[in-house]
Ligand binder design. Structure first.
Ligand code: NAP
Length: 247
């Protein structure tokens, strides 16, 4: 299961699911580089890595900004080598009923959750093609498949992540690069802590396992997809949702 000698880039690793993925891949021996939007966020990453004695670091990256992504990727390559594993995890919500949804709410979510995959993945792909090895793992959501009222922008972006991944998987499979998706259900992070207690109770009722998932349970699926054991899996979406939605 070792990823020793591989550099893994994880976007949005300062907290939540991305942070658990960062630590999971580091535990498997990868050199991990996490991104955050601020110096405060990068410090959270470097402190966590130092506390566990893991190899890696952190860079500031705003996945909505071409220049920020380019500068961050250059710093990663210079400091740690080209990433062989890329986890596109950074994501945002801006919920509203569609009739009330402003164009800015639509654009900002599509930009951070979907267009960011173009910005981050494309430059990283060249080194993977050359190395004839790569793992691209994109974080979607259960609602990218089921839909959810009040989240037309978010659901569109997360469904787009799945379509993008299936297409790219077919383009690069012959070069031993896999492209897969993990679609979390309802996971306990800052993103879901904003829901009211009443909303959380209702949500739990819709989950056969009757509980919220943990970031580590999502990280476990990502770590599997990055591992040698998943070498023949590509274009797949793993739903990790406690049975909330079954395809
Ligand atoms: P979170 O706790 O809100 O953390 C979001 C992460 O994304 C943070 O590290 C944040 O960095 C980063 N980020 C936000 N905007 C960014 C931008 N413009 N550029 C770069 N990084 C940015 O979220 P989470 O719950 O862990 O979610 C992680 C992923 O899982 C997302 O793609 C989300 O859509 C997906 N997901 C989550 C759930 C859930 O129930 N939590 C369910 C399904 C899917 P800063 O700390 O610097 O702000």
């Amino acid at each position: 299961m070792s990823l020793t000698g591989k550099t893994a880039l994880i976007t949005g690793a300062s907290r939540g699911i991305g942070h658990a993925i960062l630590l999971g891949l580091a535990e498997m021996g990868a050199t991990v580089v996490g991104t955050a939007t601020s110096d405060k966020g990068t410090k959270l990453i470097t402190d966590a890595l130092a506390a566990k004695g893991y190899t890696g670091g952190a860079v500031v990256m705003d996945v909505r900004d071409d220049n920020s992504v380019a500068a961050a990727l250059a710093a990663v390559e210079e400091g740690y080598g080209a990433p062989a594993i890329v986890v596109n995890n950074a994501g945002v919500t801006a919920d509203n009923l569609f009739l009330r949804m402003k164009m800015e709410e639509w654009q900002s979510v599509l930009d951070a959750n979907l267009t960011a995959l173009y910005r981050v993945t494309k430059p990283c792909l060249r080194a993977m093609l050359k190395a004839h090895w790569g793992r691209i793992i994109n974080i979607s959501s259960v609602v990218g498949v089921s839909g959810n009222p009040g989240q037309a922008n978010y659901c569109a972006s997360k469904a787009g992540v799945i379509g993008f991944s299936k297409s790219l998987a077919q383009e690069v499979a012959s070069r031993n690069i896999t492209v897969n998706v993990v679609a979390p259900g309802f996971i306990g992070t800052d993103m879901t802590n904003v829901l009211s207690e009443e909303q959380q109770i209702q949500l739990k009722k819709s989950i056969p396992m009757q509980r919220i998932g943990t970031p580590e349970e999502i990280a476990a699926a990502v770590c599997f997809l990055a591992s040698p054991g998943a070498s023949y899996i590509t274009g797949e979406t793993i739903q990790v949702n406690g049975g909330m939605y079954m395809q």
